[in-house]
Design a binder for this molecule. Structure first.
Ligand code: NAG
Ligand code: NAG
Ligand code: NAG
Ligand code: NAG
Ligand code: NAG
Ligand code: NAG
Length: 505
């Protein structure tokens, strides 16, 4: 078991301007220094890159892990250093047909789905068409796969497992009168479902189109090789485009230069509040607005919601004010940088006031980057989310205020990068403590101790996924804790503990 070191360190210190003078010796000196600085930067960037590459193990992925240890040639393109792993020989298999998939949901839900669908295609010996991304979800992002992910890397790096093509051959397209079988696969299915129910469909159809992809593969009980392939797609094959990576690393560097930082995934955005019906801390007018929005979306099924009931069950994202108290109780220093990994906070600056008072060094990407740098991402919520994803993975501490797909995927990535600290808030307990503190029955010091105690075992430490037979939705999500990919052999029992985890609720 190898646990990688905390955080990504990228420091490219500038040379002081006073050094720049005309004598030959000095010019020479500067050249040497610049080379050293540049070289250090290169090496550090490569290390950053490797965070996403190393660490995969055995089974299907055996060959890769050996190859990633070899030195690789550097490729410097538009200012980015990228390593080019050698092309593996393509897997030689007879394809049973084409699989088209239309992913639904936000960026991270789609990310998990892509990993699942590659795995299904591999298992059934299909040819996968590069997944189509959701353009009609709440986020209305017109981005295609290649606008977010490095499509060449995706195809090439998986070619020893599965054939992936950019588009369906023309003769199979609907325009040419070919009927594709369109269906959503059954949620949380095992590999047996795909073998027994899906594969036979290819005897009649050349092309199958999965038109929904969220959570279509079980968390548990799959063969280890398939679990590892899910990881390999997630941690190796899915790389953001160089544009996104460049800007993401720039954000990370700016933050790291000023010291350690917390990424707060403050999921206090209008869609989440409208969808969940959580209006604690909102004005009556805002609550009405949120309700109106909920009724306007026909596919949000739950309409009548009692906010306070939901909140007491721990089903509401923390408000910014609550988040401020919890971060303080957790002992996070007032001078710590807090990066807000989120879109527009509902109520904007007014609702951030308490958090800003407690932590003056709150930053958002809009503050760290120039407007021109973010402009190309502005109307592409998924590309913005990709930046927050990168920063959240790289942060010293990650605190999600709600457990959506972003929170879960980032949690999984952080476990994979050496079990970096992720505070998994126990919101049900927190709501009680917060209310008691606020009505004066629980003084600050006791509140702080109780908050800390409640989270001692919820810091993203190694643990096993909780399995709940027949209730996959309530289990721990595979991508939040891909334990099969975090350690190897009998050491895993030492690291993760034996058997089914029973994480406190
Ligand atoms: C692929 O496998 C088949 C059957 O095993 C073999 O005949 C064929 O030559 C192989 N193709 C390549 C390119 O290796
Ligand atoms: C997939 O191809 C391999 C040979 O490459 C074969 O052993 C296996 O049975 C095939 N599986 C399916 C589902 O076609
Ligand atoms: C998916 O396909 C099925 C079967 O054709 C259809 O009933 C369903 O409405 C489709 N769903 C979506 C989201 O397109
Ligand atoms: C983004 O969309 C809004 C309207 O939806 C438009 O006014 C704005 O110009 C767009 N910005 C960019 C950078 O395309
Ligand atoms: C304070 O809040 C707690 C938790 O909601 C509640 O159980 C308690 O009765 C309240 N106490 C007072 C004095 O309001
Ligand atoms: C795992 O533990 C949960 C309780 O935490 C229990 O309900 C479930 O049945 C267990 N699953 C297995 C496979 O042991």
């Amino acid at each position: 078991m190898e646990v990688r070191s905390e955080g990504i360190q990228v420091r490219c210190d500038k040379l002081p301007a006073s050094v720049i003078q005309r004598t030959r010796l000095r010019v020479w000196f500067i050249r040497v220094c610049s080379s050293i600085v540049l070289w250090t930067c290169l090496v550090q960037l490569v290390t950053v890159g490797e965070l996403w590459h190393s660490h995969l193990i055995s089974g299907i992925t055996n060959r890769i892990s050996h190859i990633t240890q070899l030195p690789r040639p550097l490729n410097v393109e538009d200012g980015v250093v990228r390593s080019q792993p050698p092309l593996l020989p393509a897997r030689n298999y007879t394809s049973n047909g084409f699989l088209r998939v239309s992913c639904n949901g936000g960026l991270n839900q789609m990310r998990a789905a892509i990993c699942d669908m590659v795995t299904v295609a591999r298992f059934l010996n299909l040819t996968l068409v590069v997944p189509e991304l959701d353009k009609t979800s709440f986020w209305v992002d017109p981005s295609n796969f290649e606008d977010i992910f490095d499509v060449k890397h995706f195809i090439d790096s998986l070619r020893d497992e599965v054939r992936i093509i950019k588009r369906l051959p023309k003769r199979f397209s609907r325009k040419h009168g070919y009927t594709q079988l369109e269906m959503p696969p059954v949620s949380w299915s095992s590999e047996k479902y795909y073998m027994q129910q899906i594969l036979p469909l290819f005897s009649k159809h050349k092309v199958l189109h999965f038109n929904r992809t969220d959570a279509r593969l079980a968390n548990n009980g799959l063969p280890i090789d398939l679990q590892k392939l899910r990881c390999r797609v997630n941690f190796q094959a899915l790389k953001f485009t160089p544009q996104i990576e460049n800007l993401g690393y720039k954000l990370i560097r700016i933050l790291q230069e000023k010291g350690p930082f917390v990424a707060l995934h403050l999921r206090y955005e209008m869609d989440m509040l409208a969808f969940s019906g959580c209006t604690h801390g909102c004005t009556a007018e805002e609550a009405e607005d949120l309700k109106r929005m909920r009724y306007a979306y026909p596919w949000w099924r739950e309409k009548e919601i009692v906010s306070e009931e939901k909140r007491s069950e721990g089903l509401c994202p923390l408000t910014p004010e609550e988040a401020a108290l919890v971060l303080q109780a957790l002992g996070i220093d007032r001078e710590t940088q807090i990066y807000i990994a989120a879109g527009e906070i509902y109520g904007s600056e007014r609702r951030l006031a308490a958090l800003r008072a407690a932590f003056p060094r709150i930053v958002k990407k809009e503050k760290l980057l120039g407007p021109d740098e973010l402009q190309q991402f502005q109307n592409h919520s998924s590309q913005m989310a990709a930046l927050d994803f990168m920063v959240s993975v790289a942060s010293n501490t990650f605190v999600p205020t709600y457990d959506g797909n972003m929170a879960k995927l980032v949690e999984g990535h952080r476990r994979y990068s050496g079990f970096k600290k992720t505070v998994l808030l126990d919101r049900r307990k927190l709501v009680d403590l917060l209310d008691m503190h606020q009505n004066g029955t629980l003084p600050w010091s006791e509140f702080a101790i109780a908050v800390r105690q409640a989270h001692q075992e919820r810091m993203g430490q190694p643990t096993r996924r909780r399995i709940i037979l027949d209730k996959p939705k309530e289990e721990d999500y595979f991508y939040a804790n891909p334990q099969e990919c975090l350690c190897e052999g009998k050491d895993c029992d030492d690291l993760l503990g034996i058997g089914n985890s029973s994480k406190p609720q």
